[in-house]
Design a protein around this ligand. Structure first.
Ligand SMILES: [Zn+2]
Length: 338
């Protein structure tokens, strides 16, 4: 299949052209999170011919995702495929000429440098401010560009961060903003809102990677697709008193705010405290007498009423059916061990 044919309509666009297309093909992008925003932006960048995508996501596909996460289908949910793996499989089916590297893991202070280094651009498609501050710390410390994007309900917001040039996330939000603390689990979400912000993020990414940096937006942009309210707040320059840009303090990258057991949605707890890999076959036979269990290469699921435990090969688990951290911990200790 001729390359020129695949990208012909994009090369015709004067802002990209043949030179911009060549730049895209040599670009590396890290996408942190592969929910709705990540599915949208990784699909668009893969179709546009960005040469290498590293997709980092800790979660697996569920039926409640299909309303907005446009890369996934019912078979992925039935199999509980990790989102990063499902995304790589879908992308391979429509663009086999680029490289996609799925990473089924949480972005943490311990692995952030290994996972984000070597990328020309980092895209935020996460659902929490702790991870965004971690990305921001890494990006400001290493002068790497990244794009913030978030959506909840009908509201979505995005900002380009060019360290040393524009404001960073900590310049604009020294603390996590109130009002964005609602999550998709509590406030619901419209697929149009999150795919809008993913599309704007993808457009800014294409400008950056194709070398059209003078076209990049230098503001915090928000849009409510239900009320049509929209706003732009100037974010032209770093603030001298910013902890990251000004004081060069990076507490999130140093892991000072890190906990290994976290609430994860309305009725789920994530546990990540084991340091040795799990043998799914052996564990499945051990769990069989205690409830329904099934596994593939990527996840093991165990149902022990009223709990549903999803375990990843590195020992990380998501326990649904409780928001009680102590109960989740004891379930994990009892059935998985340390
Ligand atoms: Zn800053």
């Amino acid at each position: 299949m001729p390359l020129n044919d695949r990208y012909s309509r994009q090369i015709l666009f004067p802002g990209i052209g043949a030179e911009g297309q060549a730049r895209l093909s040599h670009s590396r992008v890290a996408i942190v999170g592969c929910g709705a925003t990540g599915a949208c932006v990784s699909s668009l960048l893969a179709r546009a011919g960005v040469g290498r995508l590293r997709i980092i996501d800790r979660d697996y596909v569920e039926f409640s995702n299909l309303q907005r996460q446009v890369l996934f289908d019912e078979a992925d949910a039935a199999e509980s495929l990790p989102k990063a793996v499902a995304a790589a499989q879908k992308i391979a089916a429509f663009n086999s000429e680029i490289q996609v590297e799925p990473q089924v893991t949480d972005l943490t202070p311990e692995n952030a440098v290994a996972l984000l280094d070597g990328s020309d651009l980092i895209l935020d498609a996460t659902d929490n401010f702790e991870t965004r501050y971690l990305i921001n710390d890494f990006a400001v410390m290493h002068r790497r560009a990244w794009i913030y994007a978030a959506a909840v309900g009908s509201y979505a917001v995005t900002m380009n961060v060019l360290p040393g040039d524009t404001a960073c996330l900590a310049c604009v939000f020294p603390e996590p903003p109130q009002g964005v603390v609602e999550t998709c689990d509590t406030a619901g979400i419209l697929n149009a809102a999150v795919n809008l912000i993913g599309s704007i993020q993808a457009a800014e990414a294409l400008k950056f990677l194709a070398g059209a940096t003078e076209k990049l937006r230098r503001s915090l942009l928000s849009f409510d697709v239900w009320t049509n309210n929209h706003a732009e707040i100037a974010a032209e320059h770093p603030r001298a008193d910013c902890r990251a840009c000004g004081k060069r303090e990076f507490p999130h990258l140093e892991g000072k705010s890190r906990v290994n057991v976290t609430l994860c949605g309305r009725n789920a707890v994530q546990i990540h405290q084991r340091h040795s890999p799990v043998d799914f076959g052996e564990l499945a036979s051990r769990l069989q007498p205690h409830g329904m269990v099934k596994h593939n290469d990527f996840v093991l699921k165990f149902w022990h009423d009223p709990y549903e435990l999803t375990l990843f090969p590195d020992g990380r688990a998501i326990i649904k059916g409780t928001s009680d951290i102590a109960a989740a911990r004891s379930l994990y200790a009892r059935f998985v061990g340390s």
